[in-house]
Design a protein around this ligand. Structure first.
Ligand SMILES: Nc1ncnc2c1ncn2[C@@H]1O[C@H](COP(=O)(O)OP(=O)(O)OP(=O)(O)O)[C@@H](O)[C@H]1O
Length: 370
């Protein structure tokens, strides 16, 4: 089909051409196409430039970039335009939580990041995931609920800061790299946190969640305490979580514990969005040689057994550790690295999974203070 001169097209014909082209775009994050999502909000041809504005209900920056790469040529050909002015807005959907629990003021969706076992890289994943969700276009918060090892402040370079209380009752979150954060680590020393018993710890964490003056955030990443004991179960039951991730390494012992994590969330009806396999492969910083030092294939088996998804396989690399140690996670310090691309891909998958597996609740009834 040849192109028409721009002046020959009515707005309806132009829109039909654009809608048809967008509908044919396929992407792993799209279970239904952009037309079914009613993503095209504005479409106009002015002075040989085609202006297109999309609105998406989940964080979708990478998908948007791939869309532009794939369809721009075809759109120029079909419409006769000389250039395209693309714009993406996000109106992130609020999704139904477990047992329709009321939400926390300001927070649309809570993503719990858990692990059955300590030290597998749960906090590293939570922090980089939160930053990657922000890079994908969302407003993001992090609640560090890892009461026995609150590492989020040091990973974000905000350790030593103390939340203020503008009204004498609530806490203002600490802003770090654009994320609204709170952590037990801002409030007590590690030594004090260690002696908290289960019920005390769960109560403190729920307080931290409810009594922080969260700004409007699309996703709050909840860095859970490691394990599947009483504290974790209480949190899974009482926090209005939208979905959970389980972080594991490929090692047998970690996988056994990850299994317990999946079972725990299933028990309290929190949807498990999938597994993140961290330290999947060691990559030597000297020669790039790759070695599966914690084994391989285990997470694939787990995913199959529990009918869930392998959301990401993240390498074990010295850079990831060094960046966290200096308070500048890789997504911030190396935005163009292959590691950041992996975290952004994970963020895109998590956001899309939440949306497609969830039930949208209208914003006017989504929030009620608890
Ligand atoms: N993929 C990785 N490559 C290199 N180092 C990593 C990787 N993932 C995590 N680490 C490092 O491993 C250590 C433990 O990670 P992290 O604190 O995220 O684990 P965790 O599961 O949250 O631990 P805990 O359960 O004790 O809170 C940190 O020093 C972190 O920088």
């Amino acid at each position: 089909m040849g192109s028409q001169s721009p002046s020959q097209q009515s707005p309806e014909a132009l829109r039909a051409l654009v809608v048809g082209t967008l509908a044919a775009f396929e992407h792993p994050t799209l279970e239904r196409n952009l037309t079914a999502l009613k993503a095209l909000h504005h479409c106009a041809l002015i002075d040989d430039t085609l202006y297109l504005e999309l609105v998406m209900p989940f964080a979708w920056q990478q998908g948007f970039e791939q869309l532009q790469e794939q369809v721009s040529g075809e759109l120029l050909r079909l419409t006769g335009a000389q250039a395209i002015g693309w714009k993406l807005h996000h109106q992130i959907a609020t999704l139904k939580r477990v047992k329709s629990q009321p939400g926390i003021n300001g927070i649309k969706n809570i993503i719990a990041v858990s692990s059955g076992k300590g030290g597998v890289g749960k906090s590293s994943t939570a922090v980089n995931l939160a930053l990657a969700l922000a890079a994908e276009g969302a407003r993001v918060g992090v609640l560090d609920a890892d009461i026995y090892g609150p590492s989020v402040p040091s990973m974000l370079g905000s350790d030593g800061e103390r939340p203020t209380s503008p009204d004498g009752t609530h806490m203002a979150p600490i802003m770090a790299h654009g994320l609204a954060t709170n952590s037990i680590g801002y409030l007590v020393t590690d030594d004090n946190a260690m002696v908290w018993r289960g019920p005390m710890a769960s109560k403190a964490l729920l307080q931290l969640l409810n009594e922080t003056l969260w700004p409007d955030v699309d996703y709050l990443v909840l860095d859970m305490p490691p394990g599947t004991g009483d504290i974790q179960l209480t949190l899974a039951q009482n926090v209005p979580v939208t979905g959970a991730l389980v972080v594991t390494t490929p090692q047998d012992i970690a996988l056994i514990d990850a299994r317990k994590g999946i079972v725990m969330f299933n028990k309290v009806n929190v949807p498990v969005l999938g597994i993140v396999e961290n330290m999947s492969m060691h990559i030597c910083s000297q020669c790039g040689h790759q070695e599966p030092i914690f084994g391989s294939g285990g997470a694939e088996g787990l995913v199959e057994q529990y009918h869930t998804q392998l959301l990401s396989q993240l390498p074990l690399h010295i850079t990831l550790r060094e960046d966290l140690d200096c308070g500048q996670p890789t997504v911030i310090r190396r935005p163009d690295s292959e590691f950041t691309a992996l975290y952004r891909q994970l963020a895109g998958r998590v956001a899309a999974q939440l949306y497609w597996r969830g039930e949208v609740i209208p914003d006017d009834i989504a929030f009620r203070a608890v």
